[in-house]
Design a protein around this ligand. Structure first.
Ligand code: SAM
Ligand code: ZN
Length: 198
């Protein structure tokens, strides 16, 4: 099953050692827990803030023919690193429905995959209903990455820039398809291209 994936590693925070069993170390451990809680809340707040900004100040982007694959998404304004570029929008469906749809799409000859896994049970399907994010192609050396964030306890997939993006540059991220026997050749053209999407 080839679903687009997030899998951005969770922020690496200082770990509280399980070997710290004595009460004299409790204060240090409590301090680190508090630090961790604060760091987590800062990161959520900044995601929420950026997400609200994204709603009101959308990035100027367009879809157009791509050298990678059919249609792609392109920046119409410079985008700084670590910016929210666009939300991956589509129909939120469960795994069983995604499995049925995947088979149906294959039968209908829809070769491109617009199914993006949010978690074990939830998939976002942008095949027939979505926004411009559905045109983002894969690159083995991408300028963006996908991240799942929670906004008011609803999970959202957001595409972030990982480096500055110039006007007219194609926006890409790494699909992180699971490895399969039947390979989908990758046409990203990057020097570090892995040769296949999966
Ligand atoms: C979400 S769509 C991307 C938009 C697509 N180019 C279009 O015109 O609709 C994902 C599909 O695009 C194709 N694709 C994206 N990146 C590719 C790449 N680097 N090499 C080959 N095919 C790619 C694959 O068929 C993939 O399943
Ligand atoms: Zn590649």
């Amino acid at each position: 099953m080839k679903y687009l994936n997030d899998t951005t590693p969770a922020a690496e925070l200082p770990s509280t050692s399980s070997q710290q069993g004595t009460s004299s170390l409790r204060a240090g451990s409590d301090f680190r827990s508090e630090q961790r809680r604060l760091l987590a809340s800062f990161s959520c707040d900044s995601d929420l803030l950026k997400f609200n900004q994204l709603k009101f100040r959308k990035k100027r982007i367009r879809f157009s023919r791509s050298h990678i694959h059919e249609w792609g998404l392109f920046a119409m304004e410079p985008i700084a690193a670590d910016e929210m570029v666009i939300e991956y929008v589509g129909q939120i469906i469960r795994q069983v429905v995604a499995d049925m749809r995947e088979q149906r799409y294959e039968e209908q000859g829809i070769g491109s995959s617009y199914l993006f896994r949010v978690d074990q049970e939830t998939i976002i399907d942008a095949t027939k209903w979505g926004n411009l994010s559905r045109f983002i192609n894969h690159s083995c050396s991408p300028n963006c990455y996908a991240k799942i964030i929670s906004v008011e306890s609803q999970k959202k997939i957001v595409i972030y820039s990982r480096q500055p993006i110039s006007i007219n540059e194609e926006v890409t991220y790494d699909y992180k398809f699971p490895i399969e026997e039947t390979k989908i050749p990758c046409l990203c053209g990057a020097e570090s291209c892995r040769g296949s999407l999966n």
